[in-house]
Ligand binder design. Sequence first.
Ligand SMILES: Nc1ncnc2c1ncn2[C@@H]1O[C@H](COP(=O)(O)OP(=O)(O)OP(=O)(O)O)[C@@H](O)[C@H]1O
Ligand SMILES: [Zn+2]
Length: 288
Amino acid sequence: MTLGAIEAGGTKFVCATGNEQGDVFDRVSIPTTTPAETMAAVDDYFTTHPVDAIGIGSFGPIGVNPDTPKYGYITTTPKPGWGDFNFLGHLQAKFDMPLYWTTDVNEAAYGEAEMGIAKDVPNSIYMTIGTGVGAGVIANNRIFNGRTHTELGHMRINRLPGDDFKSACPYHDICLEGLAAGPAVGQRTGKAGKDVAADDPVWAIVADYIAQACVNLTVSFAPDKIILNGGVMKQKQLFPLIHEKFQSYLNGYEEVPPLAEYIVPAGLGDNSGVVGGLLLAKLALTEA
Ligand SMILES: Nc1ncnc2c1ncn2[C@@H]1O[C@H](COP(=O)(O)OP(=O)(O)OP(=O)(O)O)[C@@H](O)[C@H]1O
Ligand SMILES: [Zn+2]
C-alpha cells in the first residue's frame, strides 16, 4: 500500500509518498502561487505517483467541521486567490480515494504523536513558532477539534513590565504570535531571527511568553508532552529559559512530568508534517 501526504503551507506545498510506518519514499516541493497553478502541480504529482489515500494538512484558517458549508475550504486567508478555496473538493473531484483533511499543525502534531517524540503518550500538543504560531492538540491519540480548529497562537498572554513593543498581529495587542513569533523577533531586534546572538536579551522575552503559553496549554488540555518546533525554536537556548519560567508561573499548582521531558523539541524535525500526512492517510483508509 502506498500513502500520500500533502503539507500545504503559505510559501510552499510538500507532496510526498510513503508507507504506513511513516517511511517517506519520495517528495516534491511546490511553490504556493495561485490555486490554479499550485493545485495543477499537486494533481500532476499524485497522477504520476499513485497512492491509495492522502492525508492533507493545510495552512488556514480552514473549515474542519463536516457539518458546516465551508468544510474542506481554506476560508478567510488574506493570501491572494486562496480565500474561500474548496481545497478538499478540488482533490475529491480528481482522486477517488479516502482523504483526511486537517490543519498543517494538526497534521504535524499527529506525526509527532504517532512516530515522533510523543509516540509513547496519548496526549500531546505540537506548537510551531515560525512566521506565525500554530498548535495542534492530540487528545487520547486523536486530533482535537471543537466547533472549528483551535487558534492557539492567538492566546492572550501578559506583557512583561516595560515591554511596549507594538504587536505584530493585526488583530491582537497581546497574543503569543504578535509578541513572540519570528516577525516580532525581527522587528524587536532589526535582524532576522537566525542572525540574533544566542545571548541577546530578546530571547528572555520570547521565552517568557512561550512559557506563559505552555502554562495555559497545561491547564487547558493536561497534555503528557508539549512539543515546540518552527524557525524560532532553532534557538535551542530557549528551552532552559522556557523551563525556568514555566516552573515559576505554574508555581507548583499541579504535578507535571520532569520539564526536560515535558517541554521538548520535535523528534522528526522538519518531517513531522509529511509523516503526519502519511499516517492520516492510513487513518482515512481504516475509517473509510
Ligand atoms: N535559526 C533561527 N533562529 C531564530 N529565528 C529563526 C531561525 N530560522 C528562522 N527563523 C524565523 O522563523 C520564521 C520562519 O519560520 P519557519 O522556518 O518555521 O517557517 P514558516 O513555514 O514560514 O512558518 P509558519 O509555519 O509560521 O508558516 C521567520 O520569521 C524566521 O526569521
Ligand atoms: Zn493575534
